[in-house]
Design a protein around this ligand. Sequence first.
Ligand code: UDP
Ligand code: MG
Length: 318
Amino acid sequence: MAGKLLSVIVPSFNEAENVKLFYEELAKELQYSPYDYEVIYVDDGSSDTTLLELKELADMHYNVQYVSFTRNFGKEAAILAGFQHAKGDCAVVIDADLQHPVALLHELLAGFEEGYDQVIARRNRKGESLPRKVLSTMYYKIINRFIDVRIQNGVGDFRLLSRRAIDALLILSEGNRFSKGLFSWIGFEQKTVYYDNVCRQNGESKWSFGKLINYGIDGVVSFNTKPLRVCLYAGFIVLFLSLAYILYTFVEVLVRGVITPGYFTLITAILFLGGVQLVSLGVIGEYIGRIYNETKRRPHYLVKDTNIEARKRYEKNM
Ligand code: UDP
Ligand code: MG
């Protein structure tokens, strides 16, 4: 077992108060661990002094590496960068804000030792506001109905992946990355460990309500085309109902003659159909937008600054 390397991937966006604190906690936790570890901080275009803190930290500790983006590319891109730079036999993705207890690493590593390729940390939602709890429960109900892979409430990006799983993940080249879905998509033997929800100490959550809604939509449409199918079915049903209604009115006209010209029915029909069409168009637009983005084949992120290349050169010269 000696000499196994653990890569700790830490997406960090405006976490200046947290990056050093996190390292200290981590080092404390892993000091007696048989694993060697490297910490890969991914500075996701922070506007505070995160990068400065990271440079200081990297000067002090040899196992600290950082990759700094040119702007905020989002947590998904940061996670990807982490995996791409990780050299470990296994890697853990963990938040910089200490909301993911570092003590759980032992359990994650134990799962890895048992031979699991993915060890998933799942939290309860203790201490969260009721609306957020209700919304997230609803979200997972809906999303699991729509996508082919299973996603569980309380399961985030906090998990351990074996080298095999990382390599599998890196083969997936899609531009629109929805990690929760991708983790689930690659499969492998999985084990879940549980932990209590922790509230953030420093800084604030980067998820506004709007961001969460967008994330929810991405989750559904990044993964398959079922919403298109739903539109199709809705279209069929509406068409069928309209036909039935037309037939009914036609018969009524035949039997009773024209009564009042039906303004109400007309307007409802128009509005309803208009609504259905708009929804369908929106869904189609979502997918076309995605096709557009995929065809551009843009990189997921751009790197402004990193010490990883320098480290490699240094190691080669040794
Ligand atoms: N994060 C990131 N890029 C972003 C938003 C967040 O790298 O655009 C990082 C952030 O620094 C933190 C982790 O992702 O380490 C989780 O973010 P946050 O704590 O804001 O989310 P929450 O815990 O509220 O879900
Ligand atoms: Mg957090």
